[in-house]
Ligand binder design. Structure first.
Ligand code: ADP
Ligand code: MG
Length: 255
């Protein structure tokens, strides 16, 4: 099915037991667009991101990948994706970059980047190695290919994690606070890479506490508050003329 939306979420509800974390949320990530998710700690940003690639189950609402709805079995707390092959296909097409870079300590940087394309996608090793070197260059650490993760700075490790996500050739990338574990002086090198990916037209959903990065990278910003979208719009509007009092308070506390 052809659609210009890589990810669409409609009226999503998600609870952890009795705790309702998402209370009816809609998001759309059109191809080539960057959507930033902002909001206080505990507002449900990570949960929403994990619902996009089905790392979390949800109890109500729809998740669509390239216009194709996820098929469910069961209802309410018992609802699960019905088709494992569909889940795998969606997950391998939505690469996630976490706050903690989660590199394999026993693999070199190059081996880290090659791991999933070779072992999950079954792509030929020589072809993947060439791609991996290209992506390591792309994020500015081509010279670190044979280093161990522990020999890299936090900023370099996070860029290796971004190269690893890129090497899956995903349809969209999901970032969960990619700079929040970094020292301030290392943050900028990661922000620059993410900005350059935005500029080359990659589809991304970016959870961030960095309002400047959200303003610089995003086409659309969503402010999540207690599991609901409190306000959304283009960055100029959200950061320049926030309408909601809660958003104004949030911005004055973070900027
Ligand atoms: P954010 O990323 O905006 O900080 P989260 O999505 O991580 O928010 O969390 C939203 C709420 O869900 C919080 O109250 C958090 O404690 C709760 N929560 C997150 N993950 C789990 C889990 N695995 N089990 C139970 N509660 C969770
Ligand atoms: Mg989070």
């Amino acid at each position: 099915m052809s659609t210009s939306n890589v990810i669409e979420i409609r009226d999503l509800h998600k609870s952890y037991g009795a705790l309702e974390v998402l209370k009816g949320v809609d998001i759309t990530a059109p191809r080539g667009h960057v959507v930033a998710l902002i909001g206080s700690s505990g507002s449900g940003k990570s949960t929403l991101l994990r619902c996009c690639n089905l790392l979390e189950d949800s109890q109500q609402g729809e998740v669509l990948f390239e216009g194709e709805p996820v098929r469910w079995t069961g209802t309410g707390q018992a609802r699960r994706p019905a088709d494992r092959a569909q889940v795998t296909r969606i997950r391998t097409n939505l690469s996630m970059v976490f706050q903690q870079f989660n590199l394999w300590a026993h693999l070199t940087v190059l081996q880290n980047v090659m791991e999933a394309p070779v072992h999950v996608l079954g792509r030929p090793k020589a072809e993947v190695e060439a791609a991996a070197r290209k992506y390591l260059d792309r994020v500015g650490i081509g010279d670190k290919a044979d280093a161990w993760p522990a020999q890299l700075s936090g900023g370099q490790q996070q860029r290796a994690a971004i190269a690893r996500a890129l090497c899956m050739e995903p349809k969209a990338m999901l970032f969960d606070e990619p700079t929040s574990a970094l020292d301030p002086e290392l943050e900028q090198e990661v922000v620059r890479v993410i900005k350059s990916l935005a500029d080359e037209g990659r589809t991304m959903v970016l959870v961030t506490h960095d309002m400047k990065m959200a303003a610089d990278c995003a086409d659309h910003v969503i402010f999540l508050h207690k599991g609901l979208i409190e306000e959304e719009g283009p960055p100029e509007q959200l950061f320049g003329q926030p309408r909601s009092e809660r958003l104004r308070q949030f911005l004055s506390a973070t900027m």
